[in-house]
Design a protein around this ligand. Structure first.
Ligand code: CO
Length: 226
């Protein structure tokens, strides 16, 4: 702000908050840099998107989807929620999946978990979280209980770590996708759709795969959903 006069394009109420006006300033500088390096960049994006990837990631602020794979706007369709769940009963997720597969015809769906996930930790906590977060994380708590039970049955003698549950959660979401009607319909019409399960380490900024890619319902053993 200069001289107390409102800046054009920024709501007057926001101009009292320096942190928020900074976001508008940073946006303008970012758009200027993009245009400077590629004058046609934004014009090409108007009215169309042709991303090859659909990213299903955690809402955690430390895992910014397009940034950590160094992609530009227009290159990846993104859905994020607490603990990167691909729950077919969630209409928000299901709508994003349907649009990605049927309208955008993406080639790859990537579930990306991350170590140090607050959602995973909450699912492992002794006390079930209340409210919407408790409802949302119920499938993950069930996965945790089942994982603990299988460890006990195998006499493994060790607790399930947050990292292990994070990886198992990713695999469970890939398995859920492989049974999702939208994905099954795509495969039945011959779409070259592949599912991937990755995990991201906040500590070094690196991604790694937690399982091989899945390109058909036969790739996964039955009953692996939970
Ligand atoms: Co998380």
């Amino acid at each position: 702000m200069t001289g107390g006069l409102p800046e054009p394009g920024i709501p007057a109420a926001l101009q009292e908050d320096c942190a928020l006006t900074e976001l508008f300033d940073r946006n303008r500088e970012w758009a200027s840099r993009k245009t400077a390096s590629d004058p046609g960049f934004f014009k090409r994006l108007v009215g169309q998107q042709r991303p090859r990837y659909f990213w299903i990631g955690c809402a955690d602020s430390r895992v910014p989807a397009t940034e950590i794979v160094d992609l530009d706007p227009g290159e990846m369709f993104v859905h994020r929620n607490v603990a990167n769940l691909a729950n077919p009963d969630d209409p928000n997720f299901q709508a994003a999946l349907q649009f990605a597969v049927e309208a955008l015809e993406v080639d790859h769906i990537i579930v990306v978990g991350h170590y140090g996930c607050g959602g995973v930790d909450a699912a492992m906590a002794g006390t079930e979280p209340g409210g919407a977060i408790g409802l949302w994380l119920a499938p993950l708590r069930k996965l945790y209980r089942n994982t603990c039970a299988s460890h006990d049955a195998n006499r493994a003698g060790r607790a399930v770590s947050s990292e292990e549950l994070c990886r198992r959660n990713v695999s469970a979401q890939v398995a859920a996708l492989a049974a999702n009607p939208v994905v099954l319909a795509a495969w039945s019409r011959g779409a070259p759709l592949m599912l991937h399960g990755w995990v991201y380490a906040i500590g070094d900024g690196l991604l790694e795969a937690v399982q091989p890619p899945v390109d058909s319902a036969q790739c996964l053993p039955a009953g692996k959903l939970e």
